[in-house]
Design a protein around this ligand. Structure first.
Ligand code: GLU
Length: 302
């Protein structure tokens, strides 16, 4: 069994719509072709919004491209398909919806952003924003700004199916071979909360999943929804312990002092919550692994 849940009829219809949109992209257009198609089908053509002169939104609109850092190996959030080169997932959808709010013609260019390089990519101006299962916290706010949160996860543990070592929570990781990713809150948390764990750090979570498949480690720890995507991909080889021990509010990283862009993204998120587009994006991505669509979290305009 590869799916824990059969998509609803509406889910299938949406999946088909996404498939059609991908065909449009594959036929030479950009992500916004899908947007334009949707808008045209819905009636009036989309108007190009007006942005304050000199703002990031105005610059992105003029460039026609929003440069976004995301994950490429996290099913459900950000996954790049080896066969088609397409990226998909909730983070990808959120990024596309923000691009659409900047301007109907704006395309999204995705750059892989492993956990340890997210701040650096923003500081170097290599991307305009990062949407990459990126927990908002004070240490990171020293270097980047955060819009959102747009989702709240919790750190959990993934073990081989059947849980052979009987790992029930973070305390049980002491003395075990545990894998996580450098530069993540997950690895910091496990080092603090299970100081006797033998921690292996990789740059991306899929390498942890592979290492567990080879028996090189006993458990993988990071956010529950990331783990659920990896479990889905494992086809039943792995399972979730299901005992989250942290709160991980996901934000959209922007350059630290770009408050105008941060506010614009916050306004956009609130619009997406109100219009139901956030819930639709959730249903066609993470909704494939998780039964309930949660309420979107309240935006924090710090
Ligand atoms: N949300 C956590 C973080 O931002 C873990 C997931 C990740 O590494 O992307 O560090």
């Amino acid at each position: 069994m590869t799916r824990t849940r059969t998509p609803s009829r509406a889910g299938w219809l949406r999946a088909m719509a996404v498939g059609l949109a991908l065909v449009a992209v594959a036929c030479g257009g950009g992500a916004d072709d899908a947007t334009t198609t949707t808008t045209a089908a819905g009636g009036a053509p989309a108007q190009a919004p007006e942005h304050p002169e000199g703002s990031t939104m105005a610059q992105v609109q003029a460039a026609g491209t929003l440069r976004v850092g995301t994950k490429f190996d996290q099913p459900g959030f950000g996954l790049k398909r080896a066969t088609t080169g397409e990226v998909e997932g909730f983070d990808v959808e959120i990024a596309r919806l923000i691009a659409e709010a900047i301007g109907p013609e704006v395309e999204v260019e995705f750059t892989e952003s492993p956990s340890a390089v997210r701040e650096q990519l923003l500081e170097n101006g290599e991307v305009d924003m990062v949407v990459a299962t990126y927990t908002i916290n004070d240490a990171r706010k020293e270097r980047v700004g955060f819009a959102g949160p747009y989702y709240v996860a919790g750190q959990d543990i993934m073990v081989p199916a059947g849980n052979p070592l009987g790992i029930e929570g973070v305390d049980d990781l002491n003395g075990k071979r545990v894998c996580s990713v450098g530069g993540s809150t997950s690895v910091e948390n496990v080092r603090t909360m299970a100081p006797e764990a033998q921690v292996t750090e990789f740059d991306v979570y899929s390498k942890c999943a592979d290492a567990m498949g080879d028996g090189r480690i006993d458990a993988v720890t990071t956010d529950n929804t990331i783990l659920l995507g990896l479990i889905e991909k494992s086809g039943g080889k792995y399972e979730l312990v299901g005992n989250p021990f942290t709160t991980e509010p996901y934000g959209i990283g922007v350059p630290k002092d770009d408050v105008e862009f941060r506010n614009f993204i916050n306004d956009t998120l609130e619009d997406l919550y109100a219009s139901g587009e956030w819930a639709d994006a959730y249903e066609r991505t993470l909704g494939q692994f998780v039964d309930e669509i949660p309420e979107p979290p309240e935006v924090d305009r710090y």
